[in-house]
Design a protein around this ligand. Structure first.
Ligand code: TMP
Length: 205
């Protein structure tokens, strides 16, 4: 049984994804929808531990290791949180999912997409989000917006890494136009909210 809706939020670091995600969750709850808010890597006690290990690693991690850890965390998350919530009819709103692995490890760290696809098929079968909102912004603007805030391991990568991440996301949006909607994050906050609301209304009603 799979009666709920699975909505994922993706974005360039600094594109305002998390602010919009909080807005979306409040908006859906105001409509009396049952919403489970979660994130990747993370979402279970074990997967949150993996998150800290990956994002706070002081020494470089092999990129294949990173992919394997992301999917280990994901498998736990799907099995223990996402699937049960969907089975009970909830809307699951998740801050990042597998598109992030294609973008960061595939695009950014140049892991061949075929390896990621192999793990995606193993861990997810045909399971995919019903809707993905991708918050897009030119990298220079995103970096300026992030300013001096404390950065995790990926956020601290060089500009060309982030350019590759952005292009990998845009490439995925191009390949999956029905599922992935690109939101232009150079617009004002209220314009972005409006675009988010339109997409939520479309998928939920
Ligand atoms: P967040 O800062 O948006 O919560 O995301 C955490 C970081 O993890 C972000 O820099 C992107 C990265 N990430 C990957 O590299 N691969 C993945 O599969 C996921 C889910 C996140």
């Amino acid at each position: 049984m799979n009666t709920g809706l699975f909505i994922t939020f993706e974005g360039i670091d600094g594109a305002g994804k998390s602010t919009q995600l909080d807005y979306a969750v409040n908006y859906l709850r105001s409509q009396k929808k049952e919403v489970v808010q979660t994130r990747e890597p993370g979402g279970t006690i074990f997967s949150e531990k993996l998150r800290s290990m990956i994002l706070e690693a002081k020494t470089p991690l092999d990129s294949d290791t990173e992919v394997l850890l992301m999917f280990a965390a994901r498998k736990e998350h799907i099995t223990r949180v996402i699937q049960p919530a969907l089975n009970s009819g909830s809307i699951v709103v998740c801050d990042r999912f597998t598109d992030a692995t294609f973008a960061y490890q595939g695009g950014g760290s140049r892991v061949p997409p075929s390896r990621i696809e192999t793990l995606e098929a193993w861990v997810q079968g045909n399971f995919q989000p019903h809707l993905t909102l991708f918050f897009d912004l030119p990298i220079e603007i995103a970096q300026r917006r992030m300013g001096q805030r404390k950065k995790d391991r990926f956020e601290s990568e060089a500009m060309d890494f982030h350019e590759r991440v952005r292009h990998a996301y845009l490439d995925r949006a191009h390949k999956h136009p029905d599922r992935i909607k690109v939101i232009d994050s150079s617009r004002t906050k209220s314009q972005i909210r409006e675009m988010v609301q339109v997409e939520l209304d479309r998928i939920c009603n």
